[in-house]
Write a protein that binds this ligand. Structure first.
Ligand SMILES: [Zn+2]
Length: 132
């Protein structure tokens, strides 16, 4: 006699929970299947759920493993991009430091130019006067 048990995870299209039963043949006595209580009932047009539990487990495990693989793939990609981004930030920091250094040098040169301008003017005037 087949044992019947409500299987809480699977519902038929009619909305009823599927029952869990073991196979009736000797070879399938240890195997379980899930089906709608209205399976094979005349007039129950949508009640065609009939799944061996180990097939469903295999399918579920494959889907689960696919989801884990996909999550790992995206995690790895994310980490790789984060690494690249950190490198770009480092290069940017170095470039800003170089720009600051160049600005300081430029300012110092301009100040030196302003300081030496009177001397350059005297040299020019003196040269012009000597040349007369
Ligand atoms: Zn049904």
């Amino acid at each position: 006699m087949a044992s019947v048990q409500t299987f809480h995870r699977l519902h038929c299209a009619c909305g009823r929970q599927c029952a869990r039963r073991n196979g009736s043949s000797v070879a399938r006595r240890d195997k379980f299947y899930l089906n709608c209580v209205n399976y094979n009932v005349q007039g129950a047009r949508f009640c065609e759920v009939y799944l061996w539990e180990d097939d469903l487990d295999r399918y579920t495990n494959q889907r689960y493993q696919s989801a884990v693989d996909l999550a790992n793939y995206h995690k790895t990609r994310h980490e790789r991009y984060e690494e690249k981004l950190n490198k770009v930030y480092e290069e940017l920091k170095e470039a800003y430091a170089e720009i600051r250094k160049l600005k300081r040098t430029n300012k110092a040169l301009q100040m030196a130019l302003v300081a030496t301008a009177p001397v350059a003017a005297i040299v020019a005037i003196t040269s012009a006067w000597v040349a007369k």
